[in-house]
Design a binder for this molecule. Structure first.
Ligand SMILES: [Zn+2]
Length: 452
C-alpha cells in the first residue's frame, strides 16, 4: 500500500517550487571568496523559508563568522532534533565545466541537475527543508522540536562552529543530531553514517645544505635528501598502502562495526581490492580504520630537473584516522616512528586544517530507531556506515554537545563535489525527501526515551 506521507514528499520534490528554490540557492555565490555582501543575503533568503514554517531566527557570530540558528519549538517536552547544513561552497571553477555550464545556475541534462553546491550542501538542505514542509502540511505538526544550525564556513574547516556550540548550549539543546551531508554508497541506496574519520596533515622536511651539489662531482658520496625522505615515507605504510604506525590506528574494529560493514563494497566500487591493510575488508579500511596518504612531494625543480643533488626535500603526509584512535599525540607518534627507523633529522610540522574523529556507536538506540524507519518506509534496510571516510564537524555535535549523531546523506559517489560539473540525479531528490520525511516522523513518534 502506498505510504501517503512518502507520496506527498516525492510530489513536493518533483514540484516547480522545489526546482525554483534549488536554482535560487545555487545562484548565491557563497564560495570561500564570498564577502558578507553575499553570505548575509543567503542567510536572509533561507531564513525567510524557515520563518514561514514557524522557526524563530537567531543570527549569530562566533570567531567573526556568521551563523543562523533557527528554532521551531512545538512543546519543550517533545524530543528535539538538531539539524545542520552549510551554505558555503567550494569555488565555482567557471570555465572548466562541460558545455560551458555556469556553476551558479541550475542546469539539467540527461536526468542530472548541475550547479555548484547542489550536492555539497545546498541541495541536501533543500531536501530536508522540503521533507519537514511536507510533514507539517501532511499532519499539521511534527511531534518534535527542530533546531536548524547553518554555517557558512564548512569548506574552510568550520571556523567558529565549536565556539558557537560551546557558547550557545542552551539555544542548541537537543536529543539527536539528524543532518545531511556527503554521499550515499550508491545513488539508489539509502545510507546512514554515524560519524567521521579525523584528518591531519603533516609536512615532513629534510633540509641538508644550503644549495644543490653537482650530481656528477658529488653523486654517490653525499646524502640525497629526496632519497632519504623517500625511504622514510616507505616506513609509514607497506608497499600495499597498509599503515605501519600502530598508534595511528584504533587497534581493533568493534564487532558491531564489522557487522554493519559486512558485504559492503565501498566508494562505489572504485577501489583497488588488494590495496590496504590485509586483514580488513575494503569497507573496513575506509570506514573503520586509519590510512596515510602522500598528498604532495617536493625536491629539486620539477618538471625541469637540473644535474644536482637537491639541498632539501619535503612531503605532505595526510593521516585519516578512524574513531577510536587515541588522538592527543598523533604528531608525537609519527616522531617516535621516524626516530625508531633512524630518521631523526626529518622535521615534522602540522600543516592545514585538522578534523577530529568521532562516532556514535552502531548499536545506539537512536540509530536503531532511524534504521527501523528507513527499513519500513523504503522497503529495505539502509546501509549503515559507522563513520564517513572523509571528515565532517561531527565531533562538535557528538563530543561538544553530547548528542547521538545520525547523518543521512543525499548525494552519491559520482557527484563531482569539489570539482567542475557538480551534479545530482534528479531521481534522487524525491527518494531522499521521502526517506527524510518518514524518518523525521518516526523519530518524533519514538519519543525522547527511545533516543538515549
Ligand atoms: Zn564540501
Amino acid at each position: 500500500m502506498a505510504d501517503p506521507l512518502l507520496k506527498a514528499a516525492r510530489d513536493a520534490a518533483r514540484s516547480d517550487m522545489f526546482k525554483a528554490r534549488m536554482a535560487e540557492l545555487i545562484a548565491f555565490r557563497t564560495d570561500a571568496t564570498a564577502t558578507d555582501a553575499q553570505i548575509d543575503p543567503y542567510l536572509d533568503h533561507i531564513g525567510g523559508w524557515l520563518s514561514a514554517l514557524g522557526f524563530d531566527l537567531h543570527r549569530l557570530k562566533a570567531d567573526g563568522y556568521p551563523f543562523l540558528v533557527a528554532r521551531r519549538i512545538e512543546d519543550p517536552a517533545l524530543p528535539t532534533l538538531l539539524s545542520y547544513s552549510h551554505g558555503d561552497v567550494v569555488p565555482g571553477m567557471a570555465g572548466r565545466w562541460v558545455d560551458s555550464r555556469d556553476p551558479w545556475a541550475l542546469t539539467e541534462a540527461d536526468g542530472l541537475w548541475y550547479g555548484r553546491g547542489i550536492a555539497d550542501n545546498k541541495g541536501q538542505f533543500l531536501v530536508n527543508l522540503t521533507a519537514l514542509d511536507t510533514v507539517l502540511g501532511h499532519q499539521g505538526a511534527l511531534g518534535a522540536n527542530v533546531i536548524w544550525l547553518i554555517e557558512m564556513g564548512e569548506e574552510i574547516g568550520s571556523p567558529g562552529l565549536a565556539q558557537l556550540c560551546a557558547t550557545h548550549r542552551d539555544l542548541l539543546r537537543a536529543d539527536l543530531l539528524l543532518a545531511s551531508d556527503g554521499p550515499r554508497v550508491e545513488a539508489d541506496t539509502p545510507t546512514l553514517f554515524l560519524g567521521a574519520r579525523g584528518g591531519v596533515t603533516f609536512r615532513l622536511d629534510l633540509h641538508l645544505r644550503e644549495g644543490g651539489r653537482h650530481s656528477g662531482n658529488f653523486g654517490g658520496a653525499l646524502r640525497n635528501p629526496a632519497l632519504v625522505l623517500a625511504h622514510a615515507l616507505t616506513t609509514i605504510t607497506d608497499r600495499n598502502g597498509a599503515l605501519q604506525i600502530p598508534d595511528w590506528t584504533p587497534g581493533t574494529v568493534p564487532g558491531a562495526t564489522r557487522a554493519a560493514l559486512d558485504g559492503l563494497t565501498p566508494a562505489g566500487g572504485a577501489i583497488d581490492p588488494d590495496w590496504g591493510v590485509p586483514d580488513l575488508t575494503p569497507a573496513e579500511r575506509i570506514h573503520a580504520w586509519s590510512s596515510a596518504e602522500i598528498l604532495a612531494l617536493h625536491a629539486g625543480d620539477p618538471p625541469r630537473p637540473v644535474n644536482a643533488i637537491p639541498p632539501g626535500a619535503s612531503a605532505w603526509v595526510q593521516l585519516r584516522y578512524a574513531p577510536g584512535t587515541p588522538d592527543t599525540d598523533l604528531s608525537g607518534a609519527l616522531r617516535r616512528h621516524l626516530d625508531l627507523h633512524g630518521f631523526q633529522d626529518i622535521t615534522i610540522a602540522e600543516d592545514g586544517p585538522t578534523f577530529r574523529a568521532s562516532q556514535t556507536p552502531v548499536d545506539h538506540p537512536a540509530v536503531q530507531v532511524a534504521v527501523a524507519s528507513a527499513t519500513r518506509r523504503m522497503g529495505r534496510p539502509p546501509v549503515v556506515l559507522p563513520s564517513l571516510g572523509g571528515s565532517l564537524p561531527n565531533d562538535i555535535f557528538r563530543e561538544g554537545l553530547g548528542l547521538p549523531t545520525i547523518w543521512v546523506p543525499h548525494s552519491y559517489p559520482n557527484c563531482a563535489q569539489h570539482a567542475p560539473d557538480e551534479h545530482l540525479p534528479a531521481a534522487l531528490f524525491p527518494d531522499a525527501t521521502a526517506l527524510m520525511a518518514g524518518m523525521m516522523v518516526d523519530i518524533a513518534a519514538a519519543g525522547k526515551s527511545a533516543l538515549t
